[in-house]
Design a protein around this ligand. Structure first.
Ligand code: CTP
Ligand code: MG
Ligand code: K
Length: 171
């Protein structure tokens, strides 16, 4: 496989995680996952930016992306079941990683929406790849390419969402 097709397959592989991570901006809101509760340091466990609707909506949207991917490129997956499981794990992993990121941010006293370079752009990606690893994985070179390119895509996507009025801050 040439480097370009290898790179494109890496993006195709990770696509459910990107959708899962991005969709809460549009579908989120309502009851926060931590229920407003505080950690023993007196600060919020996760904060109001992490909601059930965003989490569940993100997992569902990411999983549906996986079904569409199977329809378009069935040979990339062993079966429809594998494609759905992979997309679910990538999406669930992405959003669990996002929660871990918020938990860490709150411990460092960063308010909701405050940027944490590295954590915001890569936490969801690393967690998604780790959750999906048992079902299907990519080469270490492809992982490295995603680690380098995802922050650029993340910043562009967030800037777009900000310009569209979906987010109040461009990060
Ligand atoms: N969102 C949500 N539920 C989630 C994740 C995100 O409802 N599980 C929504 C929230 O409206 C959130 C927005 O998507 O404000 C953007 O997500 P993100 O940047 O991850 O959250 P932040 O507001 O920056 O909060 P934090 O500081 O905790 O990262
Ligand atoms: Mg944010
Ligand atoms: K985040």
């Amino acid at each position: 496989m040439g480097w370009l097709s290898s790179l494109l397959w890496a993006f195709w592989y990770i696509l459910p995680a990107y959708f899962a991570n991005a969709s809460p901006v549009l579908v989120g809101g309502g009851r926060p996952i931590d229920g407003g509760r505080k950690w023993r340091d007196g600060k919020r466990i996760l904060g109001d930016g992490k909601t059930w609707r965003g989490f569940i909506g993100g997992v569902l949207i990411g999983t549906v992306v996986g079904i569409l991917q199977y329809v378009l490129t069935p040979s990339f997956y062993g079966s429809l079941g594998e494609a759905v499981l992979l997309a679910f794990l990538l999406s669930f992993g992405a959003l669990v990683g996002d929660l871990v990121g918020s938990f860490i941010k709150r411990r460092f006293d960063l308010p909701r929406g405050y940027p944490a370079v590295g954590l915001d752009q890569l936490g969801f990606l690393i967690s998604a790849m780790a959750f999906a690893y048992p079902v299907k994985t990519i080469s270490s070179g492809q992982m490295l390419a995603l680690l380098i390119l995802t922050p650029l895509i993340h910043w562009s996507a967030n800037y777009f969402a900000y310009k569209m009025g979906w987010k109040s801050v461009p990060w």
